[in-house]
Write a new protein. Structure first.
Length: 503
């Protein structure tokens, strides 16, 4: 990125571009004429995003001062959209250290403005009494505001948009439970906001004058309880009126497990959301409009936000999801590909089949695997594995797919994540279910003679200790049914697809 932008736009740094908000903010900034640099721990996760070729992507971490310093070179506006919630225990300390590093490096680099998106907190609750999630968000905002760099700290409560954790939680609770026993927080007043409005305020904040250094409350025009939100969702989605019975004794911990069982949002993510909903989060000012004016019908009503989100879901145009970010406690070690790998034992299960279909037809089946399309294998076995994973705090099978037909690196896919994809040839998935080791599943489509193809499937497991070895040998008798059945059924599906096209 040049030190001076001749186009007239600003030079912007976006952290958290692999996350839900960051992945949507980058194209909005580009459309507004700005130049964008993304700081990412794993740049390959951004490789397949539609805007990747228009932005500069650099490797780094907000907890590493050297990489932050390099990323801020030549930057005017720095967006801070990361948090360490998914890092597990000690996330408050990590958040604090990252915000301190970011502040110091921004000041040293001469950044004109920091823009931060945090959580709306009740003014009458001392910070120390807030939930750990909200407390950390508030502390990060305070560190950035005290950095000496003009800072815009935007504070939003529940963000409603296709793929957001709050929307998915609301959607699945309402759709799956016509009658529900709920925690007492369903009676708490909330001021939700559409993700489109959040993005508009984020983009507009880049142009605030240098004397502005403060927090701004963000909310839509509707103040309602969570019960009201569920009933409104039922109305917009054309469902019957829901019977909702609050039960005061359901603690945040218990209610997060309840949410985890009913929705795709695991308990590790549901807990901070549930804890935040205990507090009344209502805007006490709308001063943001003085700097980022609202147009007609803005900010969007809650009903409009729901309609827009549902339309995106139904049209399979969900650009980012809450699961785009890493899942707590999930390892991200790359598949050890060296044949002489010295890191320990590797167990493999390899299946190969000749397929009476073109490699293109075979690839379309491979890329469409998971979610509503299933896993082309013993459905009950997959379902049971998903239920067991949920019971021990894992992600289970309910995350589904972002897109019904297309995958990209970094996508979550039920209890897997796309680690590598070579269109038309290779799909490599890394397991994110709870396991005593690391696991991958590779699927290849390879052309062969006479327009036919060859399907190759490889499951790889790197065990942790004796328990890991015991796990592999305990499940290996079922591989013929699960993995063998998968290979045969994928081959059959590709053959049927080819026959259908031919007819």
């Amino acid at each position: 990125m040049d030190s001076k932008d001749e186009s007239g736009g600003l030079r912007c740094l976006v952290t958290g571009a692999t996350g839900y908000i960051g992945g949507r903010l980058v194209p909005e900034l580009l459309d507004a004429g700005h130049r964008v640099r993304c700081l990412a721990r794993t740049p390959d996760k951004l490789r397949d995003y539609p805007w990747a070729g228009d932005a500069e992507i650099v490797k780094g971490d907000v907890t590493d001062a050297e990489s932050v310093r390099a990323a801020m070179r030549g930057i005017e506006v720095a967006y801070y959209l990361v948090h360490a919630l998914t890092s597990g225990a000690g996330f408050e300390r990590t958040d604090r250290e990252a915000a301190r590093i970011f502040s110091e490096q921004a000041r040293a680099a001469g950044i004109r403005r920091i823009v931060y998106l945090g959580g709306l907190t009740p003014p009458d609750v001392p910070e120390r009494d807030l939930s750990p999630h909200l407390r950390s968000r508030a502390e990060v905002g305070r560190i950035l505001l005290e950095s000496g760099v003009p800072t815009t700290a935007l504070r939003a409560a529940v963000i409603i948009g296709s793929g957001s954790a709050s929307f998915e939680m609301l959607r699945y609770l309402t759709e799956r439970l016509p009658v529900m026993v709920t925690p007492s927080w369903v009676s708490t007043r909330i001021q939700p906001i559409a993700v489109r409005d959040v993005l508009r305020y984020l983009v507009g904040s880049a142009h605030m004058p240098p004397e502005v250094n403060r927090a701004f409350d963000l909310g839509g025009p509707d103040v309602m309880t969570y019960r009201d939100m569920m009933q409104k969702y039922a109305q917009v989605a054309k469902l019957r009126h829901r019977l909702i019975l609050p039960v005061p004794m359901l603690s945040p911990g218990l209610s997060s497990h309840w949410v985890g069982l009913v929705t795709p949002v695991p308990a590790s993510i549901a807990r901070p959301l549930a804890e935040s909903l205990r507090y009344e989060v209502v805007c006490h000012e709308h001063d943001i409009a003085e700097h980022v004016p609202d147009g007609p019908g803005q900010p969007f009503s809650f009903a409009t936000a729901l309609s827009l989100a549902l339309q995106r879901v139904r049209e399979a145009r969900v650009t980012t999801r809450w699961s785009s970010a890493s899942t707590p406690g999930i390892p991200s070690d790359p598949l050890p590909t060296d044949p002489d790998w010295a890191g320990g034992s590797l167990y493999t299960d390899v299946r190969e089949l000749d397929v009476d279909a073109s490699s293109d037809a075979l690839w379309r089946v491979i890329e469409g695997i998971g979610g509503d399309n299933g896993w082309y294998s013993f459905p009950l076995a997959w379902a049971v594995r998903g239920w067991l994973d949920r019971l021990i705090g894992g992600v289970g099978l309910r995350r589904g797919r972002r897109d019904a037909q297309r995958l990209r690196v970094g996508d979550s896919l039920d209890f897997w994540r796309v680690e590598e994809i070579e269109p038309g040839r290779l799909l490599r998935l890394r397991a994110e279910m709870r396991l005593p080791g690391l696991a991958w599943l590779e699927m290849y489509a390879e052309p062969s003679k006479d327009g036919r193809s060859r399907y190759r499937q490889r499951a790889v497991f790197h065990p942790y200790g004796l328990l890991g070895h015991a796990y592999w040998w305990s499940v290996s008798p079922f591989h013929a049914v699960v993995f063998g059945g998968m290979a045969r059924n994928i081959a059959r599906a590709a053959t049927r697809r080819t026959a259908g096209v031919a007819s």
